[in-house]
Design a protein around this ligand. Structure first.
Ligand SMILES: Nc1ncnc2c1ncn2[C@@H]1O[C@H](COP(=O)(O)OP(=O)(O)O)[C@@H](O)[C@H]1O
Ligand SMILES: [Mg+2]
Length: 404
């Protein structure tokens, strides 16, 4: 079941972007295909969710909210759009039997080559006997033209003139003319190509309006499908990597992690050594980790943050056991994104991150600081670190004094 849901979710694409293009009438051929697949997959999801326990809110929502509007959209697109033809010509093409007028024009266009050969043969009979062959061609927006090979005697532009024909242009050693007959054809058949395009564009516009009128259900599809996608991803990661269910203890100040792992490092390291972490309450609220280079301090710090974060977003965690208290925020000073556009030094970025933590952290916050002051000299860095801890201690004391 999970695999099937996963496969269906894979076909659900960025519908809001397509709807945006539809509003601007910039819909691409691929958009129609993507929308069609999305809508069909959404219907598949609905059917699958109907067979799953309805006590789970998300399954119930999908079962109920993926309405028959989706069926309507799918059948409209499926009935009208000729996907193969559209892809081949890279424009919107409608299937036969939608508009008899378009069908008739397309039939005429299809029969055009043999009809034009006949016309060309008749025209050749009226031409100078030195001209070996001629053909009638159709150029969209220009119309029908008589095409004659250039004879060796035709050197100057004045040599191109033929009585009874209007010279148009020379291209690839062929001379093109308008004759009385080609003018007749223009009047008779008109600009078939353009007419068909115009009519198909009109149909596309109508289809767009019908889809846009049902946009609400499509937006809902994306919202609910993305939730399901996230939950499925968390569930399969939990199963594949042996995560455990964390306990949430609102009364606990801090976190207790038994044999925790770094979710990414454990996948790369040949043997990963799990580590426990206990902070908050009687275990002390400030922990300082020291050790030689490359002894795993940063990984440890990150894994505590990640396990806490994963538990808070509703995921299982890479640990034997984890008890997570009411953590209201996680502040970190681990990674500095240096950028010339910020106009800040590494040290300044560090300071800003720590300032955010100092000014906003409450007693329920988790603050992780890795090598503060790396961007400045050792003495200054250490002093700053001392001052920060001191300020924190005092602020917290004042806060607790102020409390009744
Ligand atoms: N718990 C662990 N188990 C196995 N290997 C680890 C563990 N923690 C860290 N390592 C390895 O040690 C390397 C250095 O870790 P790191 O945390 O960057 O060290 P430090 O911050 O102490 O200099 C990591 O790249 C990883 O390969
Ligand atoms: Mg480190």
């Amino acid at each position: 079941m999970a695999q099937m849901l996963h496969r269906l979710l894979g076909h659900i694409k960025n519908v809001p972007l397509i709807l945006k293009r539809m509003k601007l009438s910039h819909t691409k051929v691929s958009d129609w295909q993507v929308l069609y697949k999305t809508v069909y997959s959404a219907l598949g999801l609905r059917d699958a969710c109907r067979s799953l326990p309805q006590s789970i809110q998300l399954f119930r929502d999908i079962a109920q909210e993926f309405s028959d509007d989706l069926h309507h959209i799918a059948s409209l697109i499926g009935k009208v759009v000729d996907f193969e033809g559209s892809l081949a010509e890279n424009r919107f093409i409608v299937l036969p039997n939608i508009d008899p007028e378009i069908d008739e024009k397309k039939r005429r266009l299809m029969g055009l080559p043999s009809f034009l050969t006949e016309v060309a043969q008749k025209e050749l009979e009226n031409l100078d006997s030195r001209i070996p062959s001629c053909s009638v061609i159709y150029i969209p927006l220009i119309g029908f033209l008589l095409s004659i090979p250039r004879l060796p005697s035709m050197v100057e532009t004045s040599d191109f003139e033929i009585e009874g024909l209007d010279f148009m242009f020379l291209s690839e050693e062929k001379l093109h003319y308008r004759s009385a007959r080609t003018k007749e054809l223009d009047a008779l058949l008109g600009d078939l190509h353009c007419d068909i395009r115009d009519q198909e564009t009109l149909l596309m516009h109508q289809l767009q309006c019908q889809v846009l009128a049902r946009a609400a259900v499509l937006t809902r599809v994306l919202d609910l499908a993305s939730r399901l996608d996230v939950l499925l991803a968390l569930a399969s990661a939990a199963r594949d990597y042996g995560y455990s269910r964390p306990r949430y203890s609102p009364r606990l100040l801090g976190v207790r992690i038994q044999n925790g792992r770094h979710p990414l490092m454990e996948l790369c390291a040949r043997t990963f050594v799990p580590n426990s972490a206990e902070c908050g309450g009687d275990k002390g609220r400030v922990k300082v980790i020291t050790g030689p280079n490359s002894s795993g301090k940063s990984i440890y710090l990150k894994q505590v943050g990640l396990i806490t974060f994963m538990a808070l977003v509703g995921s299982f965690v890479p640990a034997e056991e984890a008890e997570i208290g009411a953590v209201d925020a996680i502040f970190t000073r681990i990674h500095s994104c240096e950028s010339i556009s910020l106009g800040l030094s590494t040290f300044m970025i560090d300071l800003n991150q720590v300032a955010k933590a100092v000014n906003n952290a409450t007693e329920q916050s988790l603050v992780l600081i890795d090598e503060f002051g790396k961007g400045t000299n050792t003495v200054r860095g250490e002093t700053e670190e001392e001052l920060r801890r001191e300020k924190w201690r005092r602020t917290k004391e004042q806060e607790s004094e102020a409390e009744p």
